[in-house]
Design a protein around this ligand. Structure first.
Ligand code: SAM
Length: 371
C-alpha cells in the first residue's frame, strides 16, 4: 500500500502531524517547501528521515512529526471533496459486513475515498474493491490517489451513475456498501452485484430517518432479510483503579469519593492556571493571547498553556454507570489489591448517519455457506 521502508524517500506520501487538530498529507517532492505557521520546511530535508520522527523547522518556529500513512491517518488528513466516513463508522461497517482479507466488495459513491482506503487494506491483495463515483472530477482525483498509494491492483474505480446504470460486476460481491443520497434506487442493482451462492451483506449509510425508511422498504422489496438499523456513537469511558469492594453499593461509594476528589483537584487546577496567567500577563504586559495559546510556540516542544489546560480533568461524570470487573479478581486478604472500574460519560455527541444492514440469503436456501 504505502511505503514500508524505514526512511522517507522522494515521492512518498507522508502525514505531517502539526497538532492534534491539524494533520496534513504531503507528497515529498524535490524543490518543494512546506510553509506553515509552525515554520518553514523543505521536502528535500525529509528524504532519509525515519518515519515517525520529529522534525524542527528551518526558521526555528516550530516542529512537525512526519508519519507513515495508514488508512486511519489518511481519514484524518485527506483533502475533503465530499463528506466522509470517520473511523467509528468505518470500523463498525467493516465488521458488520464481515469484510476481511479476500473479500470482494462493491462501494458507491467513492466520494473522498476515506472508506475505500480502509476497505482496500482489509481485503488486501487477495480481495478486491469495486468503487463507483458519478462526479467526474471526484472520480479522477480518487483514481489518482489510489494509484499513488499503490492500490491500483486492489481498487477498480468506475465513473458512473449506479442508480441508472448499475454496477460493472454481477453475482460477484460478498458485500455492498452504499453511501449515496438515494440508496434505495441502487438496491435492485446492488442485489445483482451480490453473489448468489452464499450469504452476502449490504449496508446503506443515510443521515436521516426518512431515507432509512425508504431504504428498508426497498430492501424488503428486493428480498433482503435481517434488516437492522444502527447508529454508531462514540461514548468515552473513564477507567480507574479503586480499592477492593464487596458490593455494587461499595463501588458507588468509592466512585463518589473519587469523583469528589477529582472535582476538587480540577477546580484547584483551574484556579491555579488562571492565577498563573494573570501573573504572567502582569509581568509581560498584555501580549497577543492567540499567540500565547498557540500549541506550538517553539521548536523545543516546550509545554504551553493549551497543554496545561488540556491536563485539567474533564467535566464531572455521573455515577449511574457500568462497573466493569477487573480481569484480576480482587483478593480481600491482600490489602493492596485493586479493582478496575469504568464509568461512561453520560453525554454522547456526534450523530453522523444511520447504518442500515441487511443480508441476502443464497438462491437455494438449503445451501447456506457463510462467505
Ligand atoms: N464514503 C465516501 C468517503 O468515505 O469518502 C463519501 C461518499 S460521498 C458522501 C457520496 C458520493 O456519492 C459523492 O461523491 C457523490 O458524487 C456520489 N454519488 C451520488 N450519487 C451517485 C450515483 N448515483 N452514482 C455514483 N455516485 C454517486
Amino acid at each position: 500500500m504505502w511505503s514500508t521502508a524505514r526512511e522517507i524517500a522522494l515521492g512518498d506520501t507522508v502525514i505531517a502531524w502539526l497538532t492534534r487538530e491539524l494533520i496534513q498529507p504531503l507528497v515529498v517532492t524535490p524543490g518543494k517547501d512546506l510553509n506553515i505557521r509552525f515554520g518553514y520546511y523543505r521536502h528535500d530535508d525529509l528524504v532519509g528521515v525515519p518515519y515517525g520522527s520529529k522534525v524542527g523547522s528551518r526558521n526555528g518556529k516550530g516542529f512537525i512529526h512526519v508519519l507513515r500513512p495508514t488508512p486511519e491517518l489518511w481519514t484524518m488528513a485527506l483533502p475533503h471533496r465530499t463528506q466522509i466516513l470517520y473511523l467509528a463508522d468505518i470500523a463498525f461497517i467493516t465488521s458488520h459486513l464481515d469484510i476481511k482479507p479476500g473479500s470482494r466488495v462493491v462501494e458507491a459513491g467513492t466520494g473522498s475515498g476515506s472508506f475505500s482506503h480502509s476497505v482496500a487494506r482489509s481485503v488486501g491483495k487477495t480481495g478486491h474493491l469495486w468503487s463507483y463515483e458519478f462526479h467526474e472530477l471526484r472520480a479522477s482525483k480518487a483514481k489518482e490517489e489510489f494509484t499513488r498509494h499503490g492500490l491500483a491492483d486492489i481498487v477498480t474505480l468506475t465513473h458512473r451513475n449506479v442508480c441508472k446504470d448499475g454496477f460493472t460486476v454481477e453475482s460477484t460481491a460478498d458485500a455492498v456498501f452504499l453511501d449515496l443520497p438515494m440508496p434505495w434506487s441502487a438496491i435492485p442493482q446492488a442485489r445483482k452485484a451480490l453473489r448468489k451462492d452464499c450469504l452476502t451483506r449490504i449496508c446503506c449509510f443515510s443521515p436521516c430517518i426518512e431515507q432509512v425508511q425508504r431504504t428498508v422498504t426497498a430492501l424488503n422489496d428486493a428480498g433482503f432479510t435481517e434488516i437492522t438499523m444502527y447508529e454508531s456513537l462514540v461514548r468515552p469511558h473513564e477507567v480507574d483503579q479503586v480499592p477492593p469492594m464487596r458490593s455494587v453499593d461499595d463501588a458507588r461509594e468509592i466512585l463518589k469519593k473519587a469523583e469528589q476528589k477529582r472535582e476538587d483537584k480540577r477546580l484547584r487546577q483551574i484556579a491555579a492556571t488562571r492565577q498563573n496567567l494573570a501573573n504572567k500577563r502582569k509581568r509581560e504586559g498584555e501580549t497577543d493571547l492567540a499567540e500565547e495559546e498557540s500549541h506550538h510556540d517553539t521548536a523545543s516542544g516546550k509545554r504551553t498553556k493549551t497543554d496545561e489546560i488540556d491536563d485539567i480533568p474533564q467535566e464531572p461524570i455521573s455515577l449511574d454507570h457500568n462497573i466493569a470487573g477487573s480481569s484480576e479478581v480482587a483478593d480481600a486478604t491482600k490489602p493492596t489489591a485493586k479493582t478496575t472500574v469504568s464509568k461512561a460519560f453520560p453525554e454522547v455527541r456526534g450523530h453522523t448517519s444511520y447504518l442500515t444492514f441487511a443480508c441476502l440469503l443464497p438462491a437455494s436456501p438449503e445451501v447456506i455457506v457463510d462467505a
